[in-house]
Design a protein around this ligand. Structure first.
Ligand SMILES: [Zn+2]
Length: 221
């Protein structure tokens, strides 16, 4: 659990003063100063749970919190705005969802598409996976890669599932794997990652993500 100590408050005020001059602000709520601000740190206290998308993935999927404000602002800033200072903030959330992996497991990040990595200039999940692996006492291994591009934006859950199928490939082996990703939306990417790992001979124990999107209620209409 994170606690804002007096020293942190002084540091935050100092940073806030500097950042006011530089025009920086919290990625979660927009107030000028350090990101995350103390209020967002409190708002993002993790409460890991198994999410309903586990059914789609085929193994338990743990998420630290729901994908809404302020967490969504930090995830987007980290992925798309090179907010490197958020590695520990998001890493702590992922770590709480990850728990303590069995010592014979390796952590495998779900890869970003080659297009996304090219645009961002770095693989954000690779960085987060290395951060949590270091603190979990297990290795982070990049076993997965995309073999076919897939664009998720604007697709329904069913369309995502169909179009994501057979887009990833894993290096062969017999590892026991804990998958990590940033956000569980429909579970399609995690399911495809698991399929590729199983096809290559690995075993997937469970998955952990920073946040999850609440699954929509099933409609009869
Ligand atoms: Zn904030």
């Amino acid at each position: 659990m994170k606690t804002v100590h007096l020293g942190d408050r002084v540091g935050w005020l100092w940073d806030a003063g500097l950042d006011l001059l530089l025009g920086a602000s919290c990625h979660g709520c927009g107030v000028p100063g350090r990101s995350p601000c103390p209020q967002c740190i409190v708002a993002m206290l993790p409460h890991p749970e198994v999410v309903s998308q586990s059914l789609t993935v085929g193994v338990p999927v743990y998420a630290a919190c729901q994908y809404d404000a302020p967490t969504s602002g930090f995830v987007i800033a980290y992925k798309d705005r090179e907010a490197w200072q958020l590695t520990a903030t998001l890493g702590e959330l992922l770590l709480s969802a990850l728990g303590r992996p069995p010592p014979d497991c390796v952590i495998v990040p779900v890869p970003s598409s080659p297009n996304a990595v090219r645009q961002r200039g770095f693989d954000h999940m690779g960085s987060l996976a290395r951060w949590v692996a270091k603190r979990s006492g297990v290795a982070s291994v990049g076993l997965l890669r995309y073999v076919r591009a897939v664009e998720h934006v604007g697709l329904s859950a069913t369309q995502r599932k169909l179009l994501t199928r057979a887009t990833m490939r894993a290096s062969p082996g017999r590892r026991r794997v804990v998958l990590v990703d940033d956000v569980t939306t429909t579970g399609a990417s995690l399911a495809e990652a698991r399929r590729a790992l199983l096809a290559a001979g690995h075993e997937v124990c469970y998955a952990a993500t920073i946040a999850h999107v609440l699954a929509p209620q099933t409609s009869r209409s």
